[in-house]
Ligand binder design. Sequence first.
Ligand SMILES: [Zn+2]
Length: 292
Amino acid sequence: MQFDDQNVDVGGVQDRRGMGGPIAIGGGGVGIVGLFIYLLVAVLGGGNADPGGQLVPQGGQVEETGASSDLKTRCNTDGAIEKYDDCYLVKVYNEINEVWTDEFARSGNDYRPPGLAFFTQAVSTGCGQASSQVGPFYCPPDERIYIDIGFLEQLQQQFGAQGRYAQAYIMAHESGHHLQTLFGTERKVRAAQQAEPSRQNELSVALELQADCYAGVWSRLADERGNVTITDAELDQALEAAAAVGDDRIQQKTQGRVDPESFTHGSAEQRKKWFQVGRSSGAVNDCNTFNG
Ligand SMILES: [Zn+2]
């Protein structure tokens, strides 16, 4: 994947690595079940998830400017985007925000970018405490994407989701959840889940598949506008990443069996399909995963 320029803008990025809190981290691996969840995190966060809630960093103050300025310096050195995963992810985050800013402006709307925080082990969020084990997630109350870079390695090793474009897919998917917050979809779905607990999983799947579809829309728009250039092989990587985190594949790996009733994100087939729907249409309005 080629970018139209090599500038890495760390605005909106928090580097909270090395500030892990007291959460005990169990034996690795199993936590991947919670991949991409933010709902669960939000539920665990319970009542203290107030919009714009105060984040209480652990292990001291978040030196946002200090940490981000290190990142800024390193990520703007020659070849940094290729060399460092964090710089690559920030670059993708920049391109995602650029595309959605333009796309919103086309319909006369303002786009509010999500925040992005890197962490290790554990982190305090507007959705409560979270450990690395839940995988990358988006927290609606503080409108921020949380990523433990170590997780990406796990993704590669355990699920064979290879390549840089798979990482871009993750970022685009989490940004898709941010769109759902901006559009009010997330709030409505949360209310519907509370009203009808029996439909909780089904609604969660629809929400996740819509985020996959939005990721596909982004990849199309980014390509069209020349923000990024994506090869067919890279597109395959993205689709494979979408499939690798399908509930059926994860359940097969972690439990040795598949239980569709308990799906919360959708099957490999569904996730691939909805990414492709977004990719071929390039319009968020075509991402209605709630019908049928
Ligand atoms: Zn998700």
